[in-house]
Design a protein around this ligand. Structure first.
Ligand SMILES: [Zn+2]
Length: 156
């Protein structure tokens, strides 16, 4: 079972992106740090807006640019810092992934060019109180997936 933590500074980026997108979906790529067995922290994410999830994952060009600048910052420490997966928002419905979301993530993790051992999908929304709500799922190349634990790290 995997645990994915969201530090306060990343929560602020997400809250702002969700607020700006309003009733539109937004999303992007997650870059994570491997903290220990089964525990990853989201250190950086890209924000793309205005479209459905399927369109975000086709916008790989700008995402890959963000990834390569992230890897130069982290000294190409690919073992510790790596592509973790994808995120997007469900502004007006449940944060549980849709059937299409599951299929899109399985396509990514089963794509040999991605070469991932697993990928994570995070889905977020803002509650009426402007609080972040979310879900985490992990997909593996054998075509299975499981719910994971999403932790919002305490703010200061
Ligand atoms: Zn979705």
């Amino acid at each position: 079972m995997l645990t994915v933590s969201i530090p306060p500074e990343v929560q602020r980026v997400l809250r702002k992106a969700l607020k700006i997108a309003g009733s539109n979906e937004c999303g992007g790529v997650l870059m994570g740090e491997h903290m220990g067995p089964g525990h990853f922290v989201v250190r950086q994410l890209t924000v793309q807006g205005g479209g459905r999830f399927a369109s975000f994952i086709r916008e790989t060009r700008s995402a890959m640019r963000a990834l390569s600048s992230y890897f130069s910052l982290s000294g190409h420490n690919y073992v510790r810092f790596n592509y973790l997966g994808e995120w997007h928002s469900h502004p007006s419905f449940s944060v549980q992934p849709s059937v299409t979301d599951h299929q899109s993530m399985l396509e990514i993790v089963m794509d040999a060019r991605v070469g991932a051992n697993f990928v994570v999908l995070l889905v977020f929304k803002l509650s009426f109180q402007n609080e972040l709500e979310g879900s985490a799922h992990t997909y593996i190349p054998d075509g299975s997936f499981a719910a994971s634990t999403l932790v919002f790290e305490g703010d200061l």
